[in-house]
Design a protein around this ligand. Structure first.
Ligand SMILES: Cc1cc2nc3c(=O)[nH]c(=O)nc-3n(C[C@H](O)[C@H](O)[C@H](O)COP(=O)(O)O)c2cc1C
Length: 205
């Protein structure tokens, strides 16, 4: 299923809503169909960081600035969504950003909502699961939970933008993380420059 045009993106309530929004937009531009959900915590972070208000009756693509033809949005309590089942074929799932609460529940296979169920299915079906945690500092349980997830097959890809490519804007920093997520989904993109590529100006640190 690595060549599927379906990608699951979920946002939970860590800081960094811009990473998730940007990922969905780029996937749409690259011709992928995004299956999307977000937690109530993510809705609160979206309001605080992006001024986006999610209708309490359920999220709609236009509230999030998404293209309806590219993004299918599901309520977090809809555990009957297609990607709640192992029969749904997709290229991978990315949780961007991922709160420590969600990390903890995933590490213990506690599937209380659509995000957690879909991630649990990825692990049992050996599909790509990319977790983009954001918290600082981290206590030992955070670290143990991330290790448990990595051992179960998830890729832990912290929201830690690199500075060696000389970012000029917040958007550049966001793209450095989103570019990494796309790399791990096996999706070609041009949103972040690659180190040492001739003609890119990236040859020197
Ligand atoms: C503005 C804001 C920023 C937050 N940032 C973080 C964060 O960076 N990391 C984190 O683990 N939780 C963060 N939280 C707390 C989570 O949103 C909260 O623990 C929530 O219950 C997580 O639930 P969820 O995992 O279902 O999204 C933040 C909350 C708010 C309102």
């Amino acid at each position: 299923v690595h060549d599927s045009k379906n990608v699951i993106v979920a946002m939970s309530g860590a800081s960094g809503a811009a990473y998730g929004l940007r990922l969905v937009h780029v996937l749409g531009e690259c011709g992928y169909t995004v299956y999307f959900t977000l937690t109530d915590g993510a809705s609160q972070v979206l309001a605080a960081e992006s001024g986006i208000r999610i209708d309490p009756r359920g999220p709609r693509p236009e509230d999030l600035g998404f293209d309806r033809s590219r993004v299918r949005v599901f309520s977090i309590d809809n555990v009957a969504a297609p990607f709640s089942s192992g029969t749904f074929l997709h290229r991978g799932m990315a949780i961007v950003p991922c709160s420590m609460g969600t990390v903890g529940r995933l590490a213990h296979a506690v599937s209380t909502n659509l995000l957690e169920r879909a991630a649990d299915v990825c692990l049992k079906e050996k599909r790509r699961l990319i977790v983009v945690p954001r918290e600082t500092p981290l206590h030992s349980l955070h670290l143990e939970n991330m290790l448990a997830l990595a051992r179960a097959g998830a890729t832990i890809l912290p929201a830690m933008p690199g500075f060696y490519r000389k970012p000029k804007s917040v958007e550049d920093l966001v793209d450095s993380v989103v570019g990494k997520v796309l790399d791990h989904l096996g999706i070609e993109h041009g949103i972040s420059r690659r180190w040492g590529m001739k003609g890119t100006g990236d040859e020197r640190p």
